[in-house]
Design a protein around this ligand. Structure first.
Ligand SMILES: NC(=O)c1ccc[n+]([C@@H]2O[C@H](COP(=O)([O-])OP(=O)(O)OC[C@H]3O[C@@H](n4cnc5c(N)ncnc54)[C@H](OP(=O)(O)O)[C@@H]3O)[C@@H](O)[C@H]2O)c1
Length: 290
């Protein structure tokens, strides 16, 4: 672990046998509008990825559905051959349609193809962490994941996947996956205003499993709250910094993957997430999503 990585806010976490910085980077924002097509500023997108690694970040979250393909190809172009310390987490289980929708693609043949395409587009022989993305754009949906997860377990046995996780999952689906094979992470929507997974986060923390919130800054609709603005202005910080710092302080198993297409925002987020929130700040912020 480089001294840069060691100095990132939050320190490190272990996903199976992979050490990652708790401050990671979510690559979804690098594709075109609504995560379709290539980025408007290709050089800018490559610069963000290179800056993430230069800042010491060792965890990048992606999916072949971003673009589709464009984001993974940008990661490869910017960073391949990858430093040994860098770990790329990807997901399978959703594809894209002409309208930019995210239809499920969880039949065994869809998942085998998606793993193959992620390997090709990222230029890897093994995917280090693969999340099975469940549910739909409205969020997690009930139902068994057995057939889909079994396919990924089989691909893991074949050596194409090192570690497994689930995403957009209910607590029941997390438990169902764990009964089939070890998982190293759960990636669900969670932030200051969306606290539906509070109990799950605490349970996973006890088991040493990472919880990786997507939309940590609110995603396509930035977090807005008078309490957040009040705490941020009292600390002379941005609401984004407070939102990220709150997640790091919320639980040691939370890993950050905020998305940005801007080098300036990336630097701002890294610097801001290290903000120390007092007991009083935490009580005020806690009321937002309760
Ligand atoms: N598993 C799933 O189903 C799923 C779903 C969604 C996302 N994800 C993952 O989660 C990651 C994070 O989600 P996300 O990127 O959608 O949402 P996010 O991190 O909550 O927010 C990203 C948005 O915040 C803006 N932003 C970031 N830093 C900022 C700053 N310092 N000042 C002002 N604006 C700032 C970005 O705009 P700029 O580009 O202008 O900075 C972007 O519009 C994704 O990259 C993806 O890897 C997973």
């Amino acid at each position: 672990m480089s001294t840069l990585s060691a100095s990132l806010p939050g320190g490190t976490w272990t996903l199976g046998d992979l050490t990652v910085t708790r401050f990671g980077y979510g690559a979804m924002q690098l594709a075109g509008p609504w995560v379709m097509g290539p980025p408007a500023d290709r050089d800018g997108a490559l610069a963000v990825l290179r800056e993430a690694v230069a800042l010491g970040i060792t965890h990048i979250d992606t999916a072949d559905a971003y673009g589709p393909r464009f984001t993974n190809q940008l990661i490869r172009e910017a960073l391949h051959p990858y430093p040994d310390s860098l770990h790329i987490v990807t997901k399978v289980g959703a594809t894209r349609d002409q309208e930019g929708g995210w239809p499920p693609a969880r039949r065994p043949e869809d998942l085998r193809r998606a793993v193959q395409e992620n390997l090709e587009n990222l230029g890897l022989e093994t995917l280090e962490v693969v999340n099975l993305r469940l549910g739909d754009a409205q969020g997690p949906q009930p139902g068994s994941l057995a057939e889909a997860f079994d396919t990924l377990v089989e691909l893991q046995r074949q050596g194409l996947i090192r570690h497994l996780g689930v995403s957009n999952a209910t607590a029941e689906q997390v438990a169902e996956a764990q009964a089939m094979a070890p998982i190293v992470c759960v990636q669900n929507m969670y932030n200051l205003a969306h606290r539906q997974d509070d109990e799950l986060i605490d349970e996973l923390a006890e088991q040493g499993i990472a919880y990786v919130p997507f939309f940590p800054l609110g995603g396509f609709s930035p977090l807005q709250s008078s309490a957040l603005t009040a705490v941020a202005s009292r600390l002379d910080a941005t609401p984004m910094s407070v939102a990220l710092a709150w997640l790091l302080q919320r639980s040691p198993n939370i890993l950050l993957i905020p998305g940005t297409s801007s080098v300036a925002h990336l630097r701002e987020n890294v610097a801001g997430a290290g903000l120390s929130l007092s007991e009083e700040d935490l009580i005020e912020l806690d009321k937002i999503g309760r």
